[in-house]
Write a protein that binds this ligand. Structure first.
Ligand code: MV4
Length: 450
């Protein structure tokens, strides 16, 4: 097991990793920019190192500064959290070159899944259902047109180096395709330095369902059920829940086993999330994330497994916490990402938190690094905290979520709390009857008051 872990991240995930390290008896090193000197993870870590000024490129993405911090503190492993360098294969390799452990998958799998074309080819080879489309990148408009006619319009043009919705263009007719291709390539080149694009059949109103997996890197792999992340605004998840209200136990078992078998074949190491679109009873692979995700607490609450602790354990060569047969989905969990933003315009609202009262009681968990008097800096994401609620049933979970949201106080900055207080009372949400575009339509209707 590791002796000292450097947490190369900030905010609530840095605190989350620190908690797992403490439970494992591992010393912790916090790193921070000058804007995060008063952050909770810095206060609670055994040691802390200032790694630069506020801009991420000069601090949390500054690999030489992170290496230096490892050197001066004697850390033997680095946990990247999510975002920042968490899916940077080169960073994982540089750490290995310096005899430091990267707490994450093998660099080859990070790189493989970071290329959306490669990821899709691998998924198909391993028996995971994928969206009908081009076999790989498309190199000419004529080739694209032939494929489009074969799979039928509407077509989605996607950037190989994209992900998270960046570099996607819909073509509803043949006349639209040439422009969609040219626009997608231009935007991909500008955003990622890589204009490779591929085609997929465009699914009109799917759900976004993702499967959590955990592997020991030696072929041992378990799946931990799914999370339904369909409630998104501009590709930002705001509400995630598990199990999905749309899936039966049989569907859950089938897709879970398919994914676990595929990851077993890869000898995958660590946590991973395989993302699907789900429509008319069918799953379609779109991407794989090779990091711990923001919404991991949903899975923790319904399986009882500490995903961050197990991620550290397998990175150190440890075994999986359970066999597949021992994994039981218990009850229902919902996570709301509460941001310091205007609940109608979503304009960021950084500043000082004057009053802070997190809710508590049965089945209520808050993953947050804020406190009364904390100043939310303008340089990073605007997450105040994640409210995660568990219940024996989805109905009980919704009831608890409603009372927890009503109890929560965050004064001094605007937050998206009013949005969640409205959503938890909305018929379609109560019925679990929503898809990936539902929230944008709901917000456009203007029912939320700040
Ligand atoms: C799609 C799609 C429809 N059809 N692919 C968005 C980000 C990335 N995860 C893939 N995304 C999509 N891919 C096909 N063939 C619709 C989306 C999409 C989406 C997916 C999940 C959650 C929210 C979304 C919002 C807009 C578009």
């Amino acid at each position: 097991m590791f002796d000292k872990i450097l947490i190369a991240n900030r905010g609530e995930i840095a605190l989350r990793v620190l908690r797992a390290c403490k439970e494992l008896g591992i010393a912790t090193v916090a790193v921070h920019s000058t804007a995060d000197a008063d952050a909770m993870h810095v206060r609670l870590a055994d040691e802390s190192v200032c790694i630069g000024p506020p801009p991420s490129k000069d601090s949390y993405l500054n690999i030489p500064a992170l290496l230096a911090a490892c050197e001066i503190t004697g850390a033997d492993a680095v946990h990247p959290g999510y975002g920042f360098l968490s899916e940077n294969a080169r960073f994982a390799e540089i750490l290995a070159d310096h005899n430091l452990h990267f707490i994450g998958p093998k660099a080859e799998h990070i790189r493989m899944m970071g290329d959306k074309i490669e990821a899709k080819k691998t998924a198909k080879r391993l028996g995971i259902p994928v969206v009908p489309g081009s076999e790989g990148g498309v190199t000419s408009d004529d080739e694209a047109m032939a494929i489009a006619r074969e799979i039928g319009f509407p077509i989605l043009v996607k950037a190989a180096a994209g992900g998270g919705g960046r570099g996607m263009k819909v073509a509803r007719t043949a006349d639209d395709l040439a422009l969609a291709l040219a626009t997608a390539r231009t935007e991909a080149k500008a955003a990622f330095g890589d204009d490779a694009v591929y085609l997929e059949k465009y699914l009109e109103q799917p759900r976004h369902i993702e499967i959590q997996i955990l592997g020991d890197g030696r072929g041992g792999t378990i799946h931990l059920g799914e999370r339904d992340c369909s409630l998104q605004r501009r590709h930002q998840k705001i509400w995630e829940e598990g199990p999905s209200p749309a899936l039966s136990a049989a569907q859950r078992a089938k897709i879970g086993e398919t994914v676990a078998a595929a990851m077993r074949e890869l000898q995958y190491l660590g946590v991973g999330t395989v993302e699907f679109l789900y429509e008319d009873g069918e799953f379609y692979f779109i991407e794989m994330n090779t990091r711990i995700q923001v919404e991991h607490p949903v899975t923790e609450m319904i399986t009882g497994i500490d995903l961050v602790l197990e991620q550290i354990r397998v990175a150190a060569g440890g075994d999986l916490p359970a066999r597949q047969a021992d994994i039981v989905i218990n009850g229902h969990a919902i996570e709301c990402r509460i941001n310091a933003e205007n609940p109608v315009t979503f304009r960021p609202s950084p500043g000082k938190i004057l009053h802070y009262h997190p809710p508590g009681g049965m089945g209520v968990r808050i993953d947050s690094a804020v406190y009364q008097g904390y100043v939310i800096p303008p340089y990073y994401d605007s997450l105040v905290g994640k409210l995660i609620v568990h219940g024996k049933t989805r109905a009980e979970c919704l009831m608890r979520l409603r009372r927890a949201l009503d109890e929560m106080v965050v004064d001094g900055v605007e937050t998206t709390l009013p949005l969640f207080r409205a959503l938890v009372r909305e018929a379609a949400i109560i019925d679990g009857d929503y898809h990936i575009h539902w929230l944008e339509h709901y917000l456009a209707a203007g029912d939320v008051k700040s």
